[in-house]
Design a protein around this ligand. Structure first.
Ligand SMILES: [Ca+2]
Ligand SMILES: [Ca+2]
Ligand SMILES: [Ca+2]
Length: 429
């Protein structure tokens, strides 16, 4: 119990744990007479306010007076200093009771406040006391409720900066995504949400969580709501982490590329032969692009477009004339791709035999070529050492991939060449 006394000379002498003790004073305080008026009280514990109660709480504070003088004619003035701002205002309505027991009470908002009491008795003795009290937001007024059944797909990521490779599947999840309804009814807004895996440390500032290949499957999560006073509520949920792109499966990767002519006309639905893969075939789409998942079965794998058997496609008398002019040295074929197109029998050179084969094709005498495909496909990245002689070295007609395989191969592009068509009239869709 605190006993607070004051005499006209010395103000605010606090005598801890004494009740009505008027003859004991701190060593440094030398009163000029024995006190005959004192105020005693026990400091009240923190009072909790909630949203329902308008973020105020009912406070009831008892104190007791003692005096040697007659209690008749006692003057008791009471003040409230909100937030200890140093601006006390009279609150006579807060005071109830009869000598010697009194109570200060009322509804007061969240904060650290003081009651101040000034008592004067009939003998002109004066006593004052400061009664501190605290109204606090002690809880989250609404519990946080978790959503269940959320799934997330891992995407290619490279947060470890080792360039994209096997195991670089990532997904970011946010605490707020798991909150059924945001909490708005609380005395200490804003509410912030945090997330962690069960068993991992709780961090009020951890609003999101990065998942990776190690999390594929079901992950149990805790989702927290914290009010601005630091009160919290937690719920438990789970997330399904999916690796539909096989980013976390060794040897699985995506192949992307384009099959188009030298002029840029895409070859629709062209098939691709795959070697060293689980599947034997892949396909381009209507725009000549391919983008599919592949599973390597060896340390090297190759991708090569497959030629359709459309021998007559784009081959006409005009092509024969152009190739004849090339042979005669009148008008050489421009660039390596047109020269490869003119070598319809695949001999590695352009000769009269090629002219004869072309004539047979468009005359309908022969609709197949014994030594060559209908189309040939050269990796677009290939640079001809001698563009005037594309057969300077063996032509690459596939793209070889070597382990370790990244998760994604892009730009596996091929230039498609229709044999016998040197003026670009072959239909590609
Ligand atoms: Ca609260
Ligand atoms: Ca030839
Ligand atoms: Ca043609």
């Amino acid at each position: 119990m605190n006993s607070v006394t004051l005499n006209p000379v010395l103000r605010f002498i606090f005598l801890c744990c004494l009740v009505f003790t008027t003859s004991v004073h701190p060593a440094h305080a030398v009163p000029d007479k024995v006190q005959s008026l004192s105020i005693a009280f026990d400091t009240i514990p923190q009072v909790c306010a909630d949203f329902e109660g308008n973020c105020s709480a009912f406070v009831s504070y008892d104190f007791e007076l003692s005096t040697d003088c007659t209690p008749d004619g006692l003057s008791i003035q009471v003040f409230l200093d909100l937030d200890n701002a140093g601006a006390p205002v009279p609150v006579p309505e807060a005071l109830t009771g009869d000598f010697p027991n009194f109570t200060l009470s009322g509804d007061y908002p969240i904060g650290d406040h003081n009651f101040e009491i000034i008592v004067v008795n009939a003998c002109a003795d004066t006593a004052t006391a400061i009664l501190p009290f605290s109204v606090a937001d002690c809880s989250l007024d609404e519990p946080v409720i978790c959503l269940n059944g959320i799934a997330v797909l891992l995407e290619p990521g490279d947060s470890d900066n080792d360039s994209l490779s096997y195991g670089n599947g990532e997904a970011m999840i946010y605490a707020s995504d798991f909150v059924h309804e945001p909490i708005t009814a609380d005395c200490s807004l804003p509410i912030k949400y945090a997330i962690n895996k069960v068993g991992e440390p709780v961090d009020p500032d951890q609003g999101h969580l990065q998942l990776n290949c190690e999390d594929v499957g079901t992950v149990i999560l805790q989702v927290w709501a914290f009010d601005a006073a630091g009160n919290s509520s937690v719920c438990e949920t789970y997330i399904l982490v999916l690796d539909n792109n096989y980013l976390c499966t060794e040897g699985a990767f995506t192949l992307q590329g384009l099959i188009a002519t030298e002029e840029g006309d895409p070859l629709a639905f062209n098939a691709l032969e795959l070697q060293g893969f689980e599947d034997d075939l892949g396909y381009a789409d209507a725009l000549g692009y391919f983008d599919f998942l592949a599973f390597a079965q060896s340390d090297t794998a190759t991708v090569a477009p497959l030629s359709p058997t459309d021998y007559t496609n784009g081959v006409s008398v005009s092509d024969v004339i152009i190739v004849a002019d090339h042979l005669a040295g009148i008008n050489p074929l421009p660039g390596p791709y047109k020269r490869i197109a003119a070598d319809v029998n695949g001999s590695g050179s352009i000769s009269v035999s090629d002219l004869i084969s072309m004539q047979k094709i468009f005359l309908g005498i022969s609709d197949s070529l014994s030594n060559a495909s209908s189309w040939r496909y050269i990796p677009a990245a290939y640079t001809f050492p001698d563009p005037s002689n594309p057969w300077f070295e063996p032509l690459p007609e596939s793209i070889q991939l070597t382990a370790p395989f990244p998760t994604l191969f892009t730009d596996l592009n091929f230039v498609a060449i229709k044999l016998g068509d040197v003026n670009g009239t072959a239909v590609t869709d």
